[in-house]
Design a protein around this ligand. Structure first.
Ligand code: COA
Length: 159
């Protein structure tokens, strides 16, 4: 498994990935056409740093840090395509992203949040060294339903 910059010619792989219904909320807009996928890739440089997670030539996921602020904080997100889940890819890629964000980008605190009904994401966060910091009640609203979110964070100084 490796991380690399997203490339324009990854758009078909991005489009295929977003056909998974549980990735619906992982993009700021619906990714349903090739043009949407091109736009998803093109938008990252303004929003933060995103890396394609690859196995050989195959794109299997994404890890990203966005929302970087003046305090050295950043917001982490991740997804893996369904066929490659359950192999430790998200946890390893998120750990590698964190090391890059602390070591190369000079950040101090990385945060993430997962819905409390997403135990796989909780496990990924914990395995990647992001400690739980508490529940944010009713933080997200999808299709008229509100969801609690658990916040996790990893500091550059965490051991
Ligand atoms: C969450 C997601 C990134 C996990 O990717 P992955 O590569 O399968 O993750 P890993 O293999 O590194 O780890 C998954 C862990 O969750 C565990 N897990 C999976 N489903 C679970 C469930 N229903 N309940 C509890 N644990 C679960 C696995 O057993 C594994 O833990 P383990 O290594 O201790 O056995 C992937 O499912 C995904 O992309 N989901 C849709 C998008 C998403 O939810 N992103 C996160 C938003 S906060």
């Amino acid at each position: 498994m490796r991380l690399r910059e997203w490339r324009d010619d990854d758009a078909p792989a991005v489009l295929r990935a977003f056909q998974s219904p549980d990735l619906r909320h992982q993009a700021p807009w619906p990714v349903v056409t090739l043009q949407d996928a091109v736009g998803w890739i093109a938008a990252w440089p303004g929003a933060g740093h995103a890396f394609a997670v690859t196995i050989g030539e195959l794109v299997v996921g994404n890890v990203a840090v966005a929302g970087i602020d003046a305090h050295g904080n950043g917001w982490v997100s991740y997804w893996v395509v369904p066929a490659y889940r359950g192999r430790g890819i998200a946890a390893a890629a998120t750990d590698e992203l964190a090391r890059w964000a602390f070591g190369e980008r000079g950040l101090h605190r990385l945060e993430l949040g997962h819905r409390t009904d997403n135990p796989a994401s909780c496990r990924v966060a914990t395995k990647a060294g992001f400690r739980p910091e508490g529940i944010e009640r009713a933080k997200l609203c999808y299709d008229g339903v509100r969801y609690d979110v658990e916040r996790h964070a990893r500091l550059a100084t965490d051991r």
